[in-house]
Design a protein. Structure first.
Length: 488
């Protein structure tokens, strides 16, 4: 039975459906973001070392030599060295495996640098694109950039599926940065506009970030499983099909079209000069640097120190993803009650502690607690600071959100650009232990700065719109959003 015109219009005006669309877009974007994490290190290693791929055991590629050598330190009596001597063959085999393991270790260290640069390329491109997408949303609305983000993600997924060289995969990763910028900035701006009440906005963004969390949750294990059992192209082809579903949903519900805003937006320079916005964005950046570093180096470190299988390298991020999903949905509403600055401050401290625990792990099970704590704490920070950006724009500037969420997304991109790009060089020079100690110290040092967000002062025009409460000063704008204005 066809949907009546009135019912169809009511669906298009539904704010909940907008939340669903944004959540799906963030889910697919972050699935593509994290699916490559367990795939790239081994795939790049294998195409550079086809004679000794990483999945092949060292026992299989270092057989015992057919003839004896002049001297073997493992034998007490060197005179007994004969070609058929079992002890001698085992000795040579052990020495060869040790040499091969050291060679593979050095190759993986160099590989971590290349992988880190590739993973960081997406964040760098996204960072460069954000300053253009923010003002663009004010001129043409949120729906068109959102749809462009879907198109670019679809193309990027296909390039990942069929790319067979470092340069092609690098292009695919960088291309995703443009699509992510369109989806993230437009999606968050759209939610901030349609949920003007601060509490409702926080809840809506928590749901959308839940989509992001779910994408991060299933991305690594999905990528590792599909790569191991179905090949490198399979996870990306399936993602491209899911992206088509998201694009069809956007066409039906959002119906992308140009919508011009009448109010004057604050300039990027004005927003960047606001210290409260800078502190908020800085918290997002600092919270995500650590996990960004781990995404690029943890699979390689696990393969090197634990000889972990592909699926184990993907599953290692599962606790972080599950707890991130819990943290974002819990602290969306809870952060508004307890004070978002408190939630974010506590989250940074927890992140610092968990980063110190990661290098202690000696097997997969040891990574569960620190990774789970990392994910939960990052969820605390993200779900608190993203609504805080909209709140600060409301009370200190004008309620136009594209540019401020471009700043927020840029902060996130900085974390994911700095982390992978530095992790390879730092691991090679000082080791993973000292690298994580440094990042942990940065989170501890930054956390007290969030005290500035305890009671941010409004500008003179918005003072009358503030309402006191027993817990905190909350800005509540009692307006009814008229969707007809977006349609026309």
């Amino acid at each position: 039975m066809p949907i009546e015109i009135g019912g169809w219009r009511s669906l298009r005006k539904s704010r909940k459906l907008v939340v669903v669309i944004v959540a799906i877009a963030l889910l697919l974007d972050n699935m593509l973001l994290t699916t490559v994490v367990p795939i790239l290190p081994e795939f790049l290693y294998d195409i550079r070392h086809p004679e000794a791929p990483l999945s092949v055991s060292l026992e299989d590629i270092t057989p015992p030599p057919p003839s004896p050598t002049p001297y073997c330190p493992c034998l007490r009596d060197n005179s007994t060295m004969e070609p058929e001597n079992t002890t001698f063959s085992k000795c040579i085999h052990t020495l060869n495996i040790t040499a091969e393991r050291e060679y593979r270790h050095q190759e993986l260290l160099h590989e971590s640098l290349d992988v880190g640069i590739m993973l960081a390329s997406k964040a760098v491109v996204q960072l460069l694109t954000n300053p253009f997408i923010g003002p663009l949303t004010h001129r043409i609305g949120y729906s068109v950039p959102m749809f462009v983000g879907f198109v670019i993600m679809f193309i990027s997924s296909l390039v990942f599926a069929f790319g067979r060289s470092y340069s092609v995969l690098f292009v695919a990763r960088a291309l995703q940065g443009i699509g992510s910028s369109c989806s993230s900035v437009s999606g968050m701006g759209m939610l901030a506009e349609r949920y003007p009440d601060d509490k409702e906005r926080g809840n809506a963004m928590a749901v959308a970030l839940g989509g992001l969390a779910f994408g991060v949750l299933i991305g690594p294990p999905y990528g590792g499983f599909m790569y191991q059992f179905f090949g490198k192209s399979s996870p990306f082809l399936l993602l491209s099909l899911l992206a088509l579903v998201d694009g069809a949903l956007q066409l039906m519900i959002l119906q992308p079209g140009v919508v011009r805003k009448e109010s004057d937006p604050p300039s990027l320079k004005e927003l960047i000069s606001d210290p409260y916005i800078l502190v908020t964005a800085g918290a997002i950046m600092v919270a995500n640097i650590g996990i960004a570093m781990l995404e690029s180096c943890l699979p390689i470190w696990m393969a090197d120190t634990m000889e972990a299988a592909r699926w184990e390298q993907g599953v290692a991020f599962l606790p972080a993803s599950i707890s991130y999903l819990i943290g974002t949905n819990l602290f969306g509403p809870l952060g508004h009650i307890m004070g978002r600055w408190r939630a974010a401050c506590a989250g940074l401290v927890i992140i610092g502690v968990c980063l110190l625990l990661v290098p202690i792990a000696r097997k997969l099970a040891h990574l569960v607690v620190p990774n789970a704590g990392l994910g939960f704490a990052i969820g605390m920070v993200d779900s608190s600071m993203m609504p805080e950006l909209g709140f600060l724009v409301d009370i200190r500037h004008s309620s136009v959100y594209g540019s401020v969420y471009a700043i927020g997304d840029t902060a996130l991109c900085l974390g994911y650009a700095i982390g992978p790009s530095l992790s390879g060089a730092l691991i090679y020079s000082i080791g993973i232990e000292w690298m994580l100690v440094i990042i942990s110290a940065i989170t501890f040092v930054y956390s007290p700065f969030l005290l500035l967000l305890r009671s941010p002062p409004p500008n003179e025009e918005n003072k009358g719109l503030l309402k006191d409460s027993s817990e905190e000063k909350s800005f509540i704008r009692y307006v009814t959003y008229k969707n007809e204005e977006d349609v026309e």
